[in-house]
Design a protein around this ligand. Structure first.
Ligand code: CMP
Length: 403
């Protein structure tokens, strides 16, 4: 989201330019607020990247005719130009991305240029236009560099981004697992070299030669191009195989755990953002919102379902994130929309439900159980007071309706 005050305070920009930049930023970067302009941009850039990659891969087929290669050339040139424009736009909007209120615009832009994605955004078209197109320096290195555009897809496929986040957070345990594997590889390869070098002097000519056997065996691939023939060699290979299977499972476990933790973290961040937008919590500290977020459970309620029924005991209160609900305070109904809440009165007064509340559209709610509600009231008395004030107003509306 854009901090308009911060953007406005950046000095020499007119309000219009800042607004335009904010709109472009919101169209090309995922700022958490869905919009049709971003949907179009996402589709456009994803298609461009996929075409670029397909062209880069298919170009290596030796039987392609001249006309096909000519079309590929034009396609590559056009997409390369799109990548240049995209890089310029991302550079221009970097202050919005890094919330440059506290930092200068140029610093925000330097941060983007130096970031891994900044390198890829600039590097891919640069290798093509400067190296390949201008100086004709193509070749395998340039081709591989151009295919690095695949990393640009991480922006549009959150799953890919998840893989990199997990690798980043699990780098230490993965490093430890790798170190254990390298140790086994060294020991296994040097042991096999000494055991097999006399029987198979060509195959196991040196420890590096034996390392190929070690890698293939520890990875449990077993091409079969190198195998021990001596009794002691076979025995050692059996031991290495068993340890290899156990060691190979370790990174898989670390990654599986990393994925679970990262998904939970993301889910929590989404809930936190939603809660921070609710007017009742809007002016609370981020840490307080985080502690409340842990207590709330998402609930989906289909249209026309009764969420609470008059006279029943109160077990929870609800915040409306999406949709709307009607409170039946006979003889009238009160419509509640996103950002509002209901079901607090029974919890506050330890009384039965004062009215029936029906979802009049498919609703996304956050549920706060009665135990958790009491805990929040005890820990944040100012919040309790706010809820009590609103409940008093609602109560008087019910009393008036009764009269
Ligand atoms: P509770 O009594 O627990 O269950 C029914 C809920 O309807 C009640 O809490 C309030 O949250 C809500 N409610 C009751 N009266 C009104 C009103 N006049 N305006 C809005 N909401 C109401």
């Amino acid at each position: 989201m854009i901090d308009r005050d911060a953007a406005g305070s950046l000095g020499d920009h007119s309000g219009g330019a800042v607004e335009l930049r904010a709109a472009v930023y919101s169209a090309i970067e995922n700022d958490g607020v869905p919009s049709w302009t971003r949907r179009i941009c996402d589709f456009f850039f994803t298609a461009a990247i996929l075409l670029w990659l397909a062209e880069g891969v298919l170009r290596t087929v030796p039987t392609l005719g001249r006309d096909v290669l000519g079309t590929f050339g034009m396609l590559e040139f056009s997409i390369g130009a799109i990548f240049v424009v995209e890089w310029l736009l991302r550079l221009w909007t970097a202050p919005d991305r890094y919330h440059a209120g506290a930092m200068s615009e140029s610093r925000a832009r330097l941060i983007y240029i130096a970031s891994p994605m900044g390198w890829i955004d600039a590097g891919v078209p640069m290798v093509y236009f400067v190296g390949d197109w201008l100086f004709g320096l193509g070749g395998p290195v340039a081709e591989v560099c151009e295919l690095l555009a695949v990393f640009k897809l991480t922006r549009y496929f959150p799953g890919l981004d998840l893989v990199f986040s997990v690798l980043r957070t699990e780098v230490r345990p993965l490093g430890a697992a790798l170190a254990a594997m390298l140790t086994l590889l060294l020991l296994a390869s040097s042991g096999m070299y000494y055991l097999e070098r006399e029987a198979q002097p060509e195959m196991f000519a040196s420890i590096p030669h034996a390392m190929w056997w070690g890698i293939v065996t520890i990875a449990t691939v077993g091409y079969g191009d190198m195998a021990p023939v001596t009794l002691w060699g076979k025995l050692a290979a059996g031991v290495v195989l068993l340890i290899g299977i156990a060691l190979f499972a370790v990174p898989a476990g670390i990654l599986a755990n990393g994925f679970a933790v990262e998904l939970k973290k993301r889910e929590f961040i989404v809930t936190w953002r939603l809660i921070a937008k609710l007017p009742l919590f809007a002016d609370l500290d981020a840490a307080v919102i985080a502690s409340i977020a842990r207590l709330l459970q998402p609930r989906a309620m289909p249209k026309d379902s009764v969420v609470v029924r008059k006279g029943e005991p109160g077990l929870a209160m609800y915040f409306i994130l999406k949709g709307q609900a009607d409170v039946h305070v006979e003889p009238q109904t009160v419509r509640l929309g996103p950002g509002t809440y209901f079901g607090e009165m029974a919890l506050l007064m330890d009384a039965p439900r004062s009215a029936t509340v029906v979802a009049t559209a498919d609703c996304e709610l956050l549920e706060l159980g009665s135990v958790e509600f009491r805990r929040v009231c005890a820990e944040y008395p100012q919040l309790k007071q706010r809820v009590e004030r609103e409940a008093a107003k609602r109560m008087s509306a019910i009393s008036q309706a009764d009269r």
